[in-house]
Design a protein around this ligand. Structure first.
Ligand code: HEC
Length: 120
């Protein structure tokens, strides 16, 4: 009888722990924008970063195998914004640009711009 009580109590405590942990867990794929009052647009703030950091590979004729798309225009990078891959590779895993050399400030800008719906 005592053992049964302990088992039930343990299982209950476990469930409560798991539930409360899930409640406050942040989605790692959706990092928060940390720039205060950031209003960023593709033309004014983002294109320059992408031109500098991505076009060595992600452009028609770069010859880099696997570097998908042509990021020289808004329309060219849009599909990869929509499917979440730019956010994933630039902000979450940070393995793009493959060549490295992107500042955290630039990653923050990309993050806030995407969080705002990547306005043109
Ligand atoms: C030095 C070359 C190089 C640079 C610079 C570079 N990339 Fe890439 N990128 C690649 C290659 C090669 C792949 C394919 C292999 C892989 O997925 O890791 C890739 C894959 C990707 C993918 C995944 C596409 C898919 O459909 O799976 C995204 C998104 C991406 N890059 C975004 C970017 C962004 C945004 C930049 C600029 C901030 C950038 N890359 C800069 C070479 C590069």
């Amino acid at each position: 009888m005592k053992l049964k009580f302990i088992t039930i109590t343990t299982v209950f405590a476990l469930i409560v722990t798991v539930l409360s942990w899930q409640g406050c867990k942040k989605d790692p794929k959706d990092p928060e924008c940390t720039l205060p009052n950031a209003t960023l647009s593709y033309n004014l703030n983002i294109k320059g970063i992408i031109d500098q950091q991505c076009l060595g590979c992600h452009v028609t004729g770069s010859g880099v195998v696997g570097a998908v798309g042509d990021f020289s225009t808004y329309e060219g990078i849009k599909p990869y914004l929509d499917n979440g891959k730019v956010l994933d590779r630039v902000v979450v895993t940070k393995d793009m640009p493959q060549s490295g050399g992107m500042s955290q400030a630039q990653r923050d800008s990309i993050n806030c711009w995407i969080a705002a719906g990547s306005p043109k």
